[in-house]
Design a protein around this ligand. Sequence first.
Ligand SMILES: NC(=O)c1ccc[n+]([C@@H]2O[C@H](COP(=O)([O-])OP(=O)(O)OC[C@H]3O[C@@H](n4cnc5c(N)ncnc54)[C@H](OP(=O)(O)O)[C@@H]3O)[C@@H](O)[C@H]2O)c1
Length: 374
Amino acid sequence: MTEVTKRILVTGGTGLVGRAIQKVVADGEGQPDEEWIFVSSRDADLTSSSETKALFERHKPTHVIHLAAMVGGLFKNIRSNLDFWRTNIHINDNVLHSAHESGVQKVVSCLSTCIFPDKTTYPIDETMIHNGPPHSSNFGYSYAKRMIDVQNRGYSEQHGRRFTAVIPTNVFGPHDNFNIEDGHVLPGLIHKVYLAKQSGSALTVWGTGKPRRQFIYSLDLARLFIWVLREYDEVEPIILSVGEEDEVSIREAAEAIAEAMEFRGELVFDTTKSDGQFKKTASNAKLRRYLPGFQFTPFRKGEMGSLQETPGVLPCAISVVHPFWMRNEGGETLAHVAQGAGGFPHPWKYARSGWMGHGAIPVSWEVSPCMVVG
Ligand SMILES: NC(=O)c1ccc[n+]([C@@H]2O[C@H](COP(=O)([O-])OP(=O)(O)OC[C@H]3O[C@@H](n4cnc5c(N)ncnc54)[C@H](OP(=O)(O)O)[C@@H]3O)[C@@H](O)[C@H]2O)c1
């Protein structure tokens, strides 16, 4: 039997990205000399230095993928910039310092393309993180994330540590946050299309629909995270993104989701709502130098057909429209839902993953913990 030489602790292991890494590891990407440990806030509140230290003492990781963060969409950021700053600064400092003190060999943390300067030239690359203020809507989250890069350089220079970070664009996939007020744009739109279909009303998209975004499928990101952990040796961060040519406008994203969910109603743009940063087009040239052949799962409208065959958030949402029943991982029935019952059943709130079916035929699906209406 192969001896385990790498103990990989994944903070934020129950979130959108953490769940994707769990799936990719379980589906065969894990190696025999690796033990993967996925933790959430139930295992330790990482804003607490003592709980973080105890977590590291308990698991004795050799490697860390650090995902845990206070995360949210545009409108949650606008409301809570101070909370984003304080929570994330505490989490990041506790995790990086505990990793240093316990002799962790490598840490890969997670930044985001939304932390880049607002006024900038395009495409944005890894060298430009600190070149100017971020967009005012999410300055708390952005500055806290930028400080991870500062700390990585410090731990490298002063202590020779291999602490680095990746910079993903907007992520989508199973286990996303479907809350309309607080979640990210795609799951929010999916939820709104679901409600608009139920009530026969128009689909109201917040903002002008003109801002542009690059979206990365969470399972693609998971594979890239594992590559960075094993192969990428720089302290400087690396952007993990689809190409510049794959950027889509919010209008195009809304139209694609409406089409995939067979919504035939009107699209209305509520221009009283903020657009956030207009665009943050990122270059994946550095990633392409390392991995020229990496295939991304496509998002574009013309490829929605193939997306519907892929287990991901969009086909999930389509399955959601007429569920008859759902069960948890143990096979226990959590809810029976008549077609058109008018809203998500509350037990969904408590289900972290499971399966559900149309009549007797189960469809492959996992339930998002955040898929709650109201
Ligand atoms: N989603 C995106 O579009 C996107 C884009 C770029 C970068 N990122 C970055 O990717 C990383 C993962 O994001 P995500 O979308 O997967 O987030 P998510 O779905 O909101 O999950 C957040 C994770 O962090 C954990 N967590 C939050 N506060 C914690 C605390 N005080 N102590 C311990 N654990 C805590 C949560 O645990 P519980 O389940 O127990 O709450 C959960 O596992 C984050 O660093 C984020 O900044 C995300």
